[in-house]
Design a protein around this ligand. Structure first.
Ligand SMILES: [Zn+2]
Length: 438
């Protein structure tokens, strides 16, 4: 077979760029600082922030520069809502490519301007969860209804991510993940987009926890989420938004113990007051985030809702003090440990799939919308043996909703086709499902 030298030379020239390798190498060296919120910085009444990349580029460039000046190593593009599903609300769904390319150009120029050999700056392509869920019905009277299918979402993400990668981001950051199936559509799309453009970039994930029991909105625990995405090549995983730093800490400990990836955390500036405003000062926030660093839990920290360049300046200051540097060494050791654990983790996942083979033939995936290993993860809590809600992490009505969806007929194909190839049991289950529905 003839070797495709063109692809190889593209890859080599990519790797020759100083930025390409150094996001990994910087993460191995020290804790990196991510920027803060974009929304806080945009004057009210300006409309959808993402479109400002086209209509007010100077404003967006200035926000990026303020965060870089404050000490951010990583800045995120102003593209949280820049896929056709969210843009359709503004009748701007045809502008996906333009918005994303413009957003990357603004962030790239700013990052390159502030980059030095000692402190390189990186651009992360922000990808939000969209305003629709693959797993939850938007209508309480029709639990089987879905506002969007996996394929529709995957195609929308592919379009956005293709533009982000072509524009020149250093990594993709899927943030504010509240629905695992949405995230899986994004992971699938990221692979598609990289294949299309012919360039690989690291993929970073950030969940948002929606209650104090440590679950995302669709009911999955941190462990279940980790198993759900174990098939994907991921650079980092973490939390954003959710609550303030103090309430994020226990979840962060749980994640750092289990996840074989670099860990990120960028909480809101405390909890919002009655008016929905965030009142935590930069000093208060940095104080609450100190344990993240001191316990060696994180590799990336930053801010979400309510944070400003002053908050980021305070965090960068905290990372610069010598005590933190020692912790960052500890973190490096941790991350080595994670890599070793990673292989064990994958082995465990396979074991659990083998163990639940029976459940699989009884359509457990069909019933809950989750792969057997995910159901197992949801079911292993000691306290959860009696009821279906406790077993699956879903209320009975939700299990019903997940199990009765006519709209889900498009899913089995996708479930079988991606991420689960190595898992014979699940593939078999997918076939059973397809037969069942034909
Ligand atoms: Zn937030």
């Amino acid at each position: 077979m003839k070797r495709d030298n063109s692809a190889l030379s593209t890859l080599n020239s990519e790797l020759a760029k100083p930025q390409a390798k150094s996001l990994h190498s910087e993460l191995a060296k020290r804790i990196l600082c991510l920027d803060g919120a974009m929304g806080t910085m945009i004057p009210k009444g300006k409309g959808l922030g993402d479109l400002l990349c086209l209509t007010c580029p100077d404003l967006i460039r200035d926000i990026h520069e303020q965060y870089l000046e404050a000490g951010a190593d990583l800045i995120t593009t102003d593209t949280f809502n820049a896929q056709r599903i969210s843009l359709a609300d503004y009748n701007a769904q045809l502008l996906v490519r333009e918005v994303n390319l413009a957003a990357v150009r603004l962030a790239r120029e700013a990052a390159d301007k502030y980059s030095t050999p000692e402190k390189p700056r990186f651009v992360l392509g922000s990808v939000g969860p969209t305003n629709k869920s693959c797993s939850i019905s938007p209508d309480v009277n029709n639990p089987a209804l879905r506002a969007i299918t996996f394929d529709e979402l995957m195609e929308a993400y592919t379009e956005q991510m293709t533009a982000l990668i072509e524009g020149g981001v250093d990594a993709l950051l899927m943030e504010t993940i509240f629905d695992t199936l949405n995230a899986k559509a994004g992971i699938y799309a990221a692979e598609e987009a990289m294949r299309k453009v012919g360039k690989r970039v690291p993929l970073m994930l950030s969940m948002t926890i929606s209650d104090k029991s440590g679950r995302i909105l669709t009911g999955q625990t941190i462990e279940a989420f980790l198993i759900s995405i174990a098939h994907a090549p991921i650079l980092s995983i973490g939390f954003n938004c959710s609550f303030g730093a103090r309430d994020m800490l226990p979840n962060l400990r749980a994640l750092a113990q289990r996840a074989p990836y670099y860990i990120s955390a960028y909480p809101n500036a405390g909890l919002p007051n009655g008016m929905g405003e965030y009142e935590q000062t930069p000093e208060m926030m940095a104080e609450e985030m100190k344990p993240f660093v001191e316990e060696g839990l994180v590799n990336i920290i930053g801010g979400c809702c309510g944070t400003t360049p002053e908050h980021i300046r305070e965090l960068a200051k905290m990372l610069a003090n010598s005590q933190c540097k020692v912790q960052s060494e500890k973190c490096k050791v941790q991350s080595e440990k994670f890599r070793v654990q990673s292989s064990k983790f994958k082995l465990r996942t396979q074991h659990s799939e083998l163990r639940t083979g029976k459940a699989c033939t009884q359509h457990s995936e069909l019933r809950t919308g989750f792969a057997p290993s995910e159901v197992l993860a949801l079911s292993t809590g000691k306290a959860r043996t009696q009821h279906s809600e406790l077993r699956t992490g879903f209320a009975p009505s939700e299990v019903l909703a997940l199990s009765t969806g006519k709209a889900r007929t498009a899913l089995p194909k996708r479930f079988g086709a991606h991420g689960t190839d190595a898992r014979g049991g699940i593939r078999e289950c997918g076939r059973t499902m397809q037969r069942g529905w034909q």
